[in-house]
Design a protein around this ligand. Structure first.
Ligand SMILES: Cc1ncc(COP(=O)(O)O)c(C=O)c1O
Length: 419
């Protein structure tokens, strides 16, 4: 008789308590209390397995690439394996994965390469909701190449993009749409599949910033239909390394600044100089870590990643509901971004009346609750909210965040708020 595997339920994934045992940083105390890390949108903590992979590379395999001795061959193999792991994370092919210093550097590099073929009369579309790493590289081409940049407004009521304005901004003159999959300031998740389809229909390329999205949901570059997509391993439990997905034919067609002897083939033609090998090996370990959270059922890595993110999404949405409701019950607290139920990540930004974001962050740190504050380089969002001087307080939930930590955060904010 044929048996079929029982369907996966998010509850089958590794429990949060077990996940926490894998992060040595969670044993840290501050002023006698365990630290609650809500700074994941700025950079998550790292599981021991990732730190060990980095150390193991440096101790046992450290070399430059493409030479004829064991450590160099091992380095080539480890980098190839890392491309496979990250390709699984993004639903891409290993030959479409470019590594670099960080998303910002990769975006500037790509912008410079694309811009060599653009000039006056060409248009680029950016959005007000984006981190400036997905704005400045395209704005730079206004000065350098004379292109025109159009910006899609943020709807302050909903915390979402103005989709009618996005459609209106695209035209046969548009060469590229640059759009974020999730806002690191408001948590808003944008339908980048729809946006890239609109760009394609206008004959434009698309560049997706998935830095804040990739830690929370499975990325599928084919389903999104983007030409380029970037993310950063240090936001998904890895080291400080940037990743760029580039559709192979697009990368091969680029007029990329590079040294003549460096490879002409994709993806290496976009990788300048010697890479951060240990960081890349650590990024692959972070993908393995994520896949390992899927629970016992096994299966190909991409499938396990899908199950992991299904579970993390469900947990994240429960945490965001608790956080949103708890903060909403505190006098003087204003929450920003889409409410729970709308497409969003478990990242909530807020202000406390009469207290600067700096003051709130310091008061919370005193209670061992670590949050980020300011504009997080999502400068236009914060300006549009009229908070350029006070800034936002940002609390981001990660795979290790517990309900008890969310309650500690809410109670600590309650003590800072005016009575
Ligand atoms: C949404 C978003 N995009 C881009 C960046 C820039 O990433 P990187 O530090 O890898 O350059 C960040 C960093 O916080 C981010 O949150």
């Amino acid at each position: 008789m044929m048996t079929t595997a029982a369907p996966f339920r998010p509850g089958d994934a590794t429990p949060t308590a077990t996940i926490r045992t894998r992060f040595p940083a969670l044993r840290r105390e501050h002023r006698g209390r365990p630290v609650a890390y809500f700074d994941g949108p700025g950079g998550t903590q790292v599981p021991e397995l990732v730190a060990r992979a980095v150390a193991d590379y440096l101790i046992h395999h450290n070399a430059n690439t493409h030479w004829r001795y064991p450590t160099s061959e091992e380095t080539d193999r480890l980098l190839a394996q890392a491309r496979e792991a990250v390709a699984d994370l993004l639903g891409a092919e290993p030959g479409e994965i470019v590594f670099g210093a960080n998303m910002t550097t990769l975006a500037f590099h790509l912008g410079r390469a694309l811009g060599r073929r653009w000039g006056p009369g060409d248009e680029l579309v950016v959005t007000e909701l984006d981190h400036h790493a997905n704005v400045a590289p395209w704005r730079a081409l206004e000065r350098e190449r004379g292109v025109t940049v159009r910006s899609v407004p943020l709807d302050l009521e909903t915390g979402e993009l103005d989709w009618a304005a996005l459609e209106a901004a695209l035209s046969p003159r548009t060469r590229l749409l640059a759009i974020g999959a999730a806002s690191n300031a408001l948590g808003t998740v944008s339908d980048v599949g729809r946006a890239c389809a609109l760009a394609r229909a206008a004959g434009a390329l698309s560049f997706v910033d998935a830095v804040h999205y990739a830690p929370h949901a499975v990325v599928d570059v084919r389903a999104i239909g983007c030409d380029f997509l970037a993310c950063s391993a240090y936001k998904f439990y890895g080291p400080h390394v940037g990743v760029l997905y580039g559709r192979r034919d697009r990368v091969e067609a680029l007029d990329a600044p590079k040294l003549a002897p460096a490879p002409e083939t994709a993806p290496e033609r976009l990788e300048t100089g010697t890479l951060n090998h240990e960081g890349i090996v650590g990024a692959a370990a972070a993908v393995e870590f994520l896949a390992s959270l899927a629970g016992g059922a096994g299966g190909p890595r991409r499938e396990r990643l899908g199950r992991t993110f299904a579970a993390l999404h469900e947990r994240g949405q429960a945490l965001v509901q608790r956080l949103w409701d708890g903060l909403g019950g505190i006098r003087g607290v204003t929450r920003y971004g889409p409410p729970p139920g709308r497409p969003r990540t478990p990242t909530v930004s807020f202000t406390v009346a009469g207290r600067s974001s700096d003051k709130v962050a310091v008061a919370l740190a005193d209670e061992a609750v670590f949050v980020s504050n300011g504009d997080f380089y999502a400068t236009t969002v914060v300006e549009r909210l009229g908070l350029a001087s006070e800034g936002l307080v940002r609390a981001g939930c990660a795979c290790y965040t517990t309900e008890e930590e969310v309650d500690r955060l809410i109670e600590a904010v309650g003590r800072v708020a005016p009575t």
